[in-house]
Design a protein around this ligand. Structure first.
Ligand SMILES: C[S@@+](CC[C@H](N)C(=O)[O-])C[C@H]1O[C@@H](n2cnc3c(N)ncnc32)[C@H](O)[C@@H]1O
Length: 306
């Protein structure tokens, strides 16, 4: 991903909540274009270790060129953040002082991946974050799902009020021939929407829903939320930035549960949003929601490891 343009959101806030210091061991579960990782690394050197994970092989390749000079302080891993424990084990790292997730898609993927993430893209309807995974593409789902299944995806994962109407139009359109590109699909969805066009493109929610479905994003977040706490050292911190209310609800619920059951400290009682200044300069930050948590002073049984 040469010439990366992704601007990291809530960067200062994420670094502050991670409470970074030289020597810390921190994982960035969503490396992307490496903006957050670079800021983390700056604050944990000398002596710190950064583990940068991404599901997209191009993001990891880009990271290798950006962080080439940092040698053993940086470990870049092409994997899913939901495999965090296994990733740490393979690196012989016991516990983390910090973990960051900045969910969703980078602007590099949106604009230049060639995988059809943008409604403007005259690109194949693929939408896999990891094109090496042999799982159904967005095109496969659009072509094969029943009308009810399509409506369910758009409603549950996109909170799209017009899900049924859109699903009906998609099914009618695919009878005339395969829907090959994201732009083609976006225009079918736009034509199905009643009323005037608002500020955001009418296909935004539906395309987001399809992407989440293609990549099983909710299940991976749930897996992560189930296991990350045991990867944190006592006093270690986790920061999650999400862009979707469904994801934010999962994070909020799990963090609360950890506070009640495991003595974790909630660092954000209210969700943190981007300032007006940030949303003006980086529209992607408009829907960002950050939550942070600190592991209690006492570790679980696993704290004997490493
Ligand atoms: C919003 S971008 C991160 C941007 C990054 N913080 C930066 O400053 O450049 C999200 C990244 O997370 C990756 N991603 C999404 N789900 C993932 C998962 N389950 N495991 C690993 N990486 C994932 C995407 O491929 C994408 O590169």
């Amino acid at each position: 991903m040469a010439g990366a343009r992704h601007v990291p959101v809530l960067l200062q806030e994420a670094c502050d909540f991670l409470s970074l210091r030289p020597g810390a061991v921190v994982a960035d579960g969503t490396l992307g274009a490496g903006g957050h990782s670079a800021a983390i690394l700056e604050r944990i050197l000398p002596g710190g270790q950064l583990i940068g994970i991404d599901r997209d092989p191009l993001a990891v390749e880009h990271g290798r060129s950006v962080f080439a000079s940092h040698g053993s302080n940086v470990h870049l891993v092409h994997n899913n953040y939901s495999n965090l424990r296994a990733i740490l084990d393979s690196l012989e790292i016991g516990f983390l002082d910090g973990i960051l997730l900045d969910l969703g898609l980078s602007s590099d993927q949106l604009l230049r991946s060639g995988r059809g993430f943008s409604f403007e893209a005259e690109e194949p309807l693929d939408m896999r974050l990891d094109p090496e995974e042999e799982t159904p593409t967005a095109g496969d789902i659009v072509q094969r799902a029943t009308e009810v299944e399509l409506a369910d995806i758009l409603f549950t994962l996109g909170e799209e009020r017009h899900s049924r109407r859109i699903a009906r139009r998609i099914v009618a359109a695919r009878r005339r021939g395969p829907i090959r590109t994201t732009r083609e699909l976006a225009s079918i969805i736009a034509a199905a929407m009643p009323g005037k066009r608002g500020k955001i493109h009418p296909a935004t929610r539906s395309l987001q829903a399809l992407r989440i479905k293609v990549n099983n994003e909710i299940s991976h977040l749930e897996l992560f939320l189930g296991g990350f706490y045991d990867c944190l050292a006592p006093g270690g911190r986790a920061v999650v930035i999400s862009f979707h209310s469904l994801e934010d609800r999962l994070v909020k619920r799990r963090f609360r549960e950890l506070a009640v059951r495991e003595g974790a400290k909630l660092l954000t009682r209210k969700v943190v949003r981007a300032t007006d200044e940030e949303t003006r300069s980086n529209p992607m930050s408009r829907s960002a929601r950050l939550r942070a948590l600190e592991r209690g002073p006492h570790g679980g049984e696993e704290d004997n490891r490493a």
